[in-house]
Design a protein around this ligand. Structure first.
Ligand SMILES: [Zn+2]
Length: 483
């Protein structure tokens, strides 16, 4: 792509399609959208990408008003305070496709020396992403429609995402290099968002390359999937360091949505919650899915995580995803290994900055790895760590996603799930028990820390104790019989 060091933001003055063709082949794996997995859409369809039509010519849009002149706005333009979640008619949600990379995301190296039992799958990444920000005049939309895309808000959303991920990566990643273009596309707003993305990607001849991301804004309040509207934005993972994002008109959720979608660009899947109709708090993995058919992963159900449901703020990603993505300095999560005796650990605010502020351990029976973190209203969690979402959050690897890139939060009440669940954390006095039998007791939660006791199955009584007991019994019997 264009190597010109254009300052960000650069003004957009031309309506000519940019020449984004790159002469050399992409250097990273170039997974194709044919493997796209539709999700987070209420329609049952799995849309084989082969059905995605790429218009070969610009045709008139039957949905558009043929009388619309270039200076006419043809559809609702929200203001920046519009929160689609509070609009009862909006059916607001993320809409996303993931192209599972052909090259597995797994990397051998991981952060720190204590990750031998962990799930770190991506090595720490360092790079300055080149973001190509394109405002797209869709077929049937007017110049005025396209001009109504609030570019200040679009730029601010990328600035916001840059701040989030730069902090999460301890300064190693940036999304600050932004080149802006305007593009006139043959795609229509009535096309499914995946089709729009595919069309524009092809028209721009955009290639998947490491540390590059394509972000397009289209002139409409929302997007649709097979005619189901309300989609707030779509993300496409192309590799661990490459991906694309499609956005409608900016709204109150845009900063969150762009930051979430960049999480996909960085290879993360979703933060989900365990839902069980039999109320169990934890469940083993089976070869496919969970071992108990009463349980399922409620996608996006970790409502106090950036990779969960869309919301106005952008909460901290959980410790599991943090480690999976190779974020931070590598010393944020204390590893207790596989406890054979009772262990006590202190948690500090996960959205803070202290070393060792979270804890992980491996269950001695199931070998599942559990992550414990304290959600307090600081930093990214200021707005969300309240009520039942203020406390100790327990997560582990989910069965969704691929390469273990999704998390599942284990909550005190798995009968609850979905957007309305605001009781994700464990409170002082509560005890969580893993399916392997390890108990996690929340001893105390204060304003800056929590104390937790982890007891493996058998009560944490060392194996030597029964031997001693047996010895005393033998000794008493010997004393008795030899009297
Ligand atoms: Zn998503």
């Amino acid at each position: 792509m264009n190597e010109a060091p254009a300052p960000s933001p650069s003004p957009t003055t031309s309506t000519a399609p940019p020449d984004l063709a790159v002469p050399e082949p992409a250097t990273t794996s170039a997974p194709v959208a044919e493997e796209a997995i539709p999700e987070a859409v209420p329609v049952p369809a799995s849309e084989p990408a082969t059905t995605e039509e790429v218009p070969t010519e610009s045709v008139s849009d039957p949905e558009s008003d043929p009388a619309a002149t270039p200076d006419e706005i043809t559809s609702f333009v929200p203001d920046l305070t519009w929160n689609p979640l509070e609009d009862p008619d909006s059916n607001a949600r993320y809409g996303e496709h993931f192209a599972e990379p052909v090259t597995p995301l797994k990397a051998s190296s991981s952060l720190g020396v204590d990750d031998s039992e962990g799930n770190a799958a991506l090595a720490p990444r360092t790079g300055d992403f080149k973001v190509t920000l394109v405002t797209v005049q869709l077929s049937g939309k007017t110049v005025a429609d396209t001009d109504a895309i609030n570019m200040t808000a679009a730029r601010n959303s990328i600035t916001s995402a840059n701040k989030y991920w730069n902090s999460a990566s301890a300064g190693r990643l940036t999304f600050a290099k932004v080149n802006e273009y305007r593009h006139k596309s043959a795609a229509k707003i009535t096309d499914s968002y995946g089709t729009i993305m595919a069309t524009v990607t092809k028209e721009l001849n955009w290639q998947y390359r490491a540390y590059e991301s394509l972000v397009i804004f289209v002139p409409h309040a929302d997007l649709n999937y097979n005619g189901s509207w309300g989609i707030l934005g779509g993300g496409f993972t192309d590799s661990a360091t490459s991906g694309r994002v499609i956005m409608p008109y900016p709204s109150a959720l845009t900063n969150n949505v762009i930051t979430h979608e960049f999480g996909h660009v960085l290879g993360l899947h979703h933060a989900n919650s365990l839902a069980c109709s039999n109320a169990r708090a934890d469940v083993p993995r089976a070869s496919y899915g969970w071992a108990d058919s009463s349980c399922w992963s409620s996608e996006y159900g970790d409502t106090s995580d950036l990779m969960g449901y869309a919301q106005v703020s952008s909460p901290q990603i959980n410790a599991f995803l943090w480690e999976y993505g190779g974020f931070g300095r590598g010393n944020e999560i204390r590893n207790l290994g596989t406890p054979s005796t009772t262990a006590r650990t202190t948690l500090k605010a996960w959205a803070g900055t202290e070393a060792g502020r979270a804890t992980k351990f491996t269950d001695p029976v199931s070998k599942d790895v559990y992550y414990l973190e304290l959600r307090l209203p600081v930093g990214n969690d200021t707005a969300t760590a309240a009520g039942g979402n203020r406390g100790v959050k327990i997560t582990k690897m989910d069965v969704l996603g691929w390469s273990g890139n999704a998390s599942v939060v284990l909550t005190p009440n798995s009968l609850r799930s979905g957007w309305g669940n605001t009781s994700l954390t464990w409170q002082q006095g509560q005890t969580f028990k893993t399916h392997g039998g390890t108990t996690i007791k929340i001893d105390s939660i204060g304003t800056s820390s929590a104390a937790v006791t982890i007891t493996p199955p058998g009560g944490g009584v060392p194996a030597v104790v029964p031997v001693v007991v047996l010895w005393f019994r033998w000794w008493f019997r010997w004393c008795w019989t030899s009297r």
